[in-house]
Write a protein that binds this ligand. Structure first.
Ligand code: MG
Length: 370
């Protein structure tokens, strides 16, 4: 069935408590820059990328979808996902101006929308199209309790509440000073006990020497993984850090391509693999990374740029996926929200990829596409 229309949209959705910060980012809203792709029979698929709700750059992504990608899609068979992926990714003019960045984020939204459309056309939740359910439950870990902007007392209390709610994993942001972060993590570990997994996330802020000093101070805290300890493209530095500490290294949320992951794998610079359908060119490319991780016997924990709306499907269907990030900022915007009950993600039942926005969200959070 051929594609009749390709329409971008932008939503800006408020985050928890009006604003959060990590070592690198401070935001008040999450940007959902998406696309509605409609077939000739009226069936519509939705996909989106995730941003800091910076309207000027969000409009560049929306404009890329409308002006550059839509002409490649209109009149094409919506079911030919692999062919359309190739058409966009290898378009000479687009490739010339961006093998990463805005063109890839726009591509991400389109690819996910095509998967949503395919699943809806099949009358099945996406995970069934991806091979079906490979595990009974997907464990959630809570990131929303651990922002760097949360004061020490509230951080400890939030972690304890998450455990009471059934979470068996949390993630705490680091990247201020080594001393402050170690103090906060020690207090959290004492509050949650030994059985809860505690990951940490530096968001690429520190240099190698600081990371190594932190890691020697954190040896007794049972850190589940150290996420983005160093600058995103620093393969050599991550490899050095991975060799020098027993704390596992996690990364991937800022990597755009399978080639980028491949270099980290080859250099043994990564233990936990964190691809994101909103950062890479959609689900099609993320599945390649998951397969590659399987070959290297490395676990995948997808990054929640889409707040796990799509990744919950991947996590139920792909054998490499183990745990999944929980941040609830935008779940109320979708007709099939990614819900967590007693610390585990619910298995989606509604046909599609979980990306269909509610009428209310489209009315309440919509921003102009110019
Ligand atoms: Mg992160």
């Amino acid at each position: 069935m051929n594609i009749r229309s390709v329409e971008p949209f932008i939503l800006h959705v408020p985050v928890t408590s009006g604003g959060i910060s990590d070592s690198t980012h401070s935001i008040s809203h999450w940007g959902v820059v998406g696309v509605a792709i409609q077939r000739e029979d009226g069936l519509t698929g939705y996909g989106f990328t995730g941003t800091h709700a910076h309207l000027a750059s969000d409009q560049l992504i929306a404009r890329c979808i409308a002006s550059c990608l839509a002409p490649l899609l209109l009149g094409q068979d919506a079911g030919d996902i692999a062919r359309l992926w190739q058409t966009i990714a290898r378009n000479p003019a687009l490739q010339w101006v961006g093998r990463a960045g805005i063109t890839t984020l726009a591509h991400a939204a389109v690819d996910v929308a095509l998967w949503d459309l395919k699943a809806k056309a099949a009358g099945q939740p996406l995970w069934k199209l991806l091979g079906g359910q490979v595990r009974d439950k997907v464990r959630a870990y809570n990131t929303d309790i651990g922002w760097l902007s949360i004061p020490d007392d509230a951080l400890v209390e939030g972690a304890a509440v998450a455990v009471q709610q059934g979470f068996t994993g949390i993630k705490v942001k680091v990247g201020s000073t080594v001393e402050r972060d170690l103090r906060r993590l020690g207090a959290v570990r004492r509050a949650i006990g030994e059985s809860i997994t505690m990951a940490i996330d530096g968001n690429g802020k520190w240099d190698l020497a600081t990371c190594q000093r932190f890691c020697s101070g954190a040896q007794d805290l049972d850190i589940f993984w150290f996420e983005e300890p160093l600058w995103h493209d620093d393969v050599k530095g991550h490899a050095q850090l991975a060799r020098s500490t027993s704390i596992p290294v996690a990364l991937g949320e800022q990597l755009y391509t399978t080639d980028a992951f491949s270099e980290f794998f080859a250099q043994q610079a990564i233990h936990w693999v964190q691809p994101d359908v909103t950062r890479m060119a959609g689900l099609t490319e993320v599945l390649r990374v998951c397969d590659m991780a399987s070959a290297f016997r490395l676990p995948v924990a997808p990054h929640a740029g889409e707040m796990s709306q799509v990744h919950v499907h991947v996590s139920y269907a792909h054998m490499a996926c183990t745990v999944l990030e929980y941040i609830p900022w935008i779940q109320q915007c979708f007709t099939d929200p990614a819900l967590v009950v007693d610390g585990y993600f619910c298995l989606p039942q509604v046909p599609g990829a979980g990306t269909t926005p509610t009428v209310d969200a489209l009315a309440r959070y919509r921003q102009p596409v110019v």
